[in-house]
Design a protein. Structure first.
Ligand code: NAP
Length: 243
């Protein structure tokens, strides 16, 4: 069976590592990006250099029309979409909830949760065979991320609930839906939160005494998408070094 996957936010960080690994595993990969075309095209070039199939597709996954266009493009270029990784996500500077603007809160929910809803809906409406979705949540869904990003944590908690509910709605159709919940992973995201060195600062608090690598998260995502996880749905894999 041909496997075709869309990885949202697939040009950088965890999404890039996941796209590369999926390419190696024989998936045709649609590497979605919002603004960083150069990084997305570099991931595509890496996959192609290893003999894989991939293309980069711009699209803001928090926008309904752009999500439909993304799926149309993936289908046209690669064929029916059988797998989906909802990885795109944002956070803003560390702040207290009491000082958070409504515009920021809404932007985080729109980008992290609404995008996941839109892509999941598009996927299940279009798929006519067995398939799988992995949603990239966060350990923040468990911790609440106090004093830093309660908005972000709330968005990831919502992704967990969405995953559970959707997994039960589509289980009998052979579609599996799971999440991964990474802890502190070495990506550019922490710079967006105003602290590029955040993972190093927090490493002593992690039982394994180090941050994670995007490739370590990608391994779990690819396993959950694969037939090796054929009896796993509505579940979550924590990748947080014991935290
Ligand atoms: P990152 O390096 O900052 O990458 C974020 C990616 O999301 C980028 O490729 C970006 O695309 C894309 N993106 C953002 N908004 C988008 C939108 N509206 N439409 C399409 N793409 C969009 O972050 P990361 O650390 O790899 O994070 C990936 C996922 O893992 C996120 O969901 C994040 O919450 C989650 N996570 C990360 C950590 C961590 O410690 N790093 C921990 C737990 C969970 P452009 O580059 O084109 O803008």
């Amino acid at each position: 069976m041909k496997k075709t996957v869309i990885v949202t936010g697939g040009g950088r960080g965890i999404g890039a590592a996941t796209s590369r690994l999926l390419g190696k595993e024989g998936y045709a990969v649609c590497v979605n990006y919002r603004s960083d075309k150069i990084s997305a095209e570099a991931v595509v070039a890496d996959i192609q250099a290893e003999g894989g199939t991939a293309f980069a597709c711009q699209g803001d996954v928090s926008d309904e029309n752009e999500v439909m266009a993304l799926f149309d493009a993936a289908e046209q270029v690669l064929g029916p979409v059988t797998h989906l990784v909802n990885n795109a996500g944002i956070l803003f500077e560390q702040t207290l909830l009491a000082e958070m603007s409504l515009a920021r809160f809404n932007q985080v929910l729109l980008t992290n949760v609404t995008s996941c809803f839109l892509c999941c809906r598009e996927f299940v409406q279009r798929i006519s065979q067995a398939g799988a979705i992995v949603n990239v949540s966060s350990a923040a869904a468990r911790t609440g991320a106090p004093f830093e990003y309660v908005d972000y944590a709330a968005s990831k908690g919502a992704m967990d609930s969405l995953t559970k509910g959707l997994s039960l709605e589509v289980a009998s159709k052979g579609i599996r839906v799971n999440t991964v919940r990474p802890g502190f992973i070495h990506t550019d995201m922490h710079a967006d939160g105003g602290e590029p060195g955040r993972v190093a600062r927090l490493s002593p608090q992690i039982p394994m005494q180090r941050g994670g690598e995007p490739e370590e998260v990608a391994e779990a995502i690819v396993w959950l998408l694969s037939e090796k996880a054929s009896y796993v749905t509505g579940s979550s894999v924590d990748l947080a070094g014991g935290k």
